[in-house]
Design a protein around this ligand. Structure first.
Ligand code: FAD
Ligand code: DLZ
Ligand code: SF4
Length: 511
């Protein structure tokens, strides 16, 4: 039976899915879908200009798609003179316009917005139904049940549960090929290849061009460039990018997942996270397509398993951690790091070639791939002792796929060890040797990756040893750091001192 009166269904900027739980089962005849561009959301961090264009344009295109699907959509644009600037203010105005009997909304993707949704029933005196976000595999209760009573919450074991739950890459109750994880066959450096897949470049249509003009005028002081916006902003174009990934990149995804090359922004990555996270693509559907490629012999198991693990393993696990750890997760600072991020994170101007590459492409396109985020910019921030809350704000600002539920545990937890080892069993730190092994960056750098001391020494080297020395009291017993600590303790005191002085000299230049 259809309930009496109008139902107001707010659809947030990362809920751009036609099958959203708040719409499933709703009656288009008595439903008003409310979409709101609001300054609170555009300003809670200084989002990269490209990220703003992407979100606002994708929202406007989604409103069209909803209308074409038969929904009545009330769309509040950012430059509407009556715009109150907040979700709650816009709900108040929409209640005036539509006099709804109730509100139905899919749960928000972060604590900040959850608090708003939770306040509406009392504030407006009408029933508010908050529905689970069924675009994720694991419910909050399932993650809780998995985590309950475990000493360590390692992703690998959660991932196996998700494999069993979905049946992905399972032969009965056994993992396809006999192993759960094929990363021993991955992690290879790559060589430049003219035939390397390149993501589609989608020409901006009139809607996107209008948003580009809006963002250029209103957010000129936000970081990043707006030149050459070529991301998909519709589900159909996002599907085209997915088709391209499955046809040309998936087969080599595994081996080159951790590789980095100068001037190559995408390698064999899918470049689909922005679309998955805002709702244009369905993550489980992508995993099923990857499995089909393996079963049909079009892609090897190590690549397909690696890809599926990133989505049903890492992505779901990060979300579980975010909600389980609560709103104060963001304040954790296990290593007591307080240094400000250097200004070159916002300009890309540094003579460290690896950093210039990762930062340059981030500022140009709002994208960098995982190893650039983890082992270049994240590693550097950790080695210099940057404040994890500030590092978190930077990642949330600059990446097209960044929403707090996924960005925060990746940055503060995995990358900055701010949670003291909840996510990572050791800090993700590395000297220049790792970057040299996985990239062609060092050959093009003004620093010498083999040197540890002196004006030409790669800064990552002394910073690495200095980090270990600084944190010996807290990390010295970590079994996974046993080897580097053994090496450090074997280093003669004069050398130790020289390395620490080298690091101090470099850190001074940052201040
Ligand atoms: P691919 O390399 O093709 O991977 C396939 C898919 O797996 C991705 O599309 C993504 O949905 C998923 N995935 C892979 N790794 C992760 C991960 N660690 N956590 C969650 N999902 C993952 N990812 C985000 O979606 N949003 C973020 O804000 C974000 N911030 C990050 C911050 C740091 C410090 C680090 C180290 C990683 C972060 N990641 C984030 C994870 C990862 O870098 C991106 O998901 C990936 O680079 C997206 O590009 P892609 O679609 O080409 O991914
Ligand atoms: C990130 C973002 C931005 C920049 N702008 C909007 C907006 O104007 N309207 C909107 O509905 N959503 C926006 N978003 C995404 C929201 O911040 C996102 O839905 C929340 O982070 C989820 O909790
Ligand atoms: Fe980066 Fe050091 Fe290599 Fe230069 S030498 S690219 S700073 S790791």
């Amino acid at each position: 039976m259809t309930p009496e009166g109008t139902t107001l269904v707010p659809v947030l900027g990362d809920q751009l899915s036609l099958g959203l739980s708040s719409l499933a089962g709703a009656d288009p005849a008595t439903t008003v879908v409310l979409m709101m561009e609001v300054s609170d959301e555009t300003a809670y961090v200084r989002h990269h200009k490209t990220k703003l264009v992407y979100i606002l344009s994708a929202m406007r295109h989604h409103a069209q798609a909803l209308r074409e699907a038969g929904w009545r959509v009330d769309y509040v644009a950012l430059d509407d003179p009556e715009n109150s600037g907040s979700f709650t203010g816009e709900i108040a105005r929409a209640i005036q316009r539509h006099d709804p009997a109730r509100i139905a909304v899919t749960e928000a993707g972060e604590w900040r917005v959850t608090a708003m949704l939770d306040s509406w029933e009392t504030l407006f005196g009408i029933p508010v139904k908050i529905l689970p976000d069924t675009r994720f595999l694991a419910t909050h209760a399932e993650f809780e049940a998995w985590a309950e009573g475990r000493k360590a919450l390692r992703m690998e074991f959660f991932y196996r549960e998700m494999r069993r739950k979905t049946g992905l890459l399972m032969n009965g109750d056994k993992p396809a090929g006999g192993e759960w994880n094929y990363d021993t066959q991955n992690r290879k450096p790559a060589k430049g290849d003219l035939l390397m897949p390149r993501p589609h470049a989608f020409a901006p249509d009139a809607i996107t061009r209008a948003v580009i003009a809006l963002v250029a005028a209103r957010f000129a002081d936000h970081p990043g460039s707006l030149d050459g916006f070529t991301f998909a902003v519709t589900a159909a174009d996002a599907e085209r990018q997915a088709d391209l990934f499955f046809a040309h990149a998936l087969a080599d995804f595994g081996p080159y997942e951790d590789a980095m090359l100068s001037g190559e922004r995408y390698l064999w990555h899918s470049i689909l996270s922005p679309y998955i996270n805002s709702g244009l693509l369905d993550p489980l559907d992508l995993c099923r397509r990857a499995e089909a490629a393996y079963r049909a012999g079009r892609a090897p198991l190590n690549s397909v398993e690696g890809y599926i693990r990133q989505i049903i393993g890492w992505r779901e696990y990060m979300r579980g951690i975010y909600w389980r750890e609560g709103p104060d997760y963001v304040t954790r600072n296990f290593l007591d790091h307080h240094r400000a991020l250097p200004g070159f994170y916002w300009t890309g101007e540094t003579d460290m070639h690896c950093m210039a590459e990762a930062l340059g492409q981030t500022l140009a396109t709002a994208h960098a791939h995982h190893i650039q985020r983890l082992m270049v910019t994240g590693n550097f921030a950790l080695l210099i002792g940057a404040d994890p809350a500030q590092v978190h704000a930077w990642y949330l600002e600059v990446y097209l796929d960044a929403y707090e539920w996924v960005e925060l545990p990746n940055t503060l937890g995995m990358s900055q060890f701010g949670d003291g080892g909840l996510i990572a069993s050791k800090p993700y730190i590395a000297s220049g040797a790792y970057i040299d092994r996985m990239s062609d960056y060092c050959g093009r750098c003004r620093y010498d990756v083999k040197q540890r001391i002196g004006p030409d020494a790669c800064p990552f080297n002394a910073l690495y040893w200095d980090f270990l020395a600084r944190h010996e009291d807290t990390l010295g017993d970590n079994m996974r750091l046993a080897m580097p600590y053994r090496n450090w303790r074997r280093t003669d005191p004069a050398n130790q001192q020289a390395l620490r002085a080298q690091a101090a000299g470099f850190l001074d230049t940052l201040d």
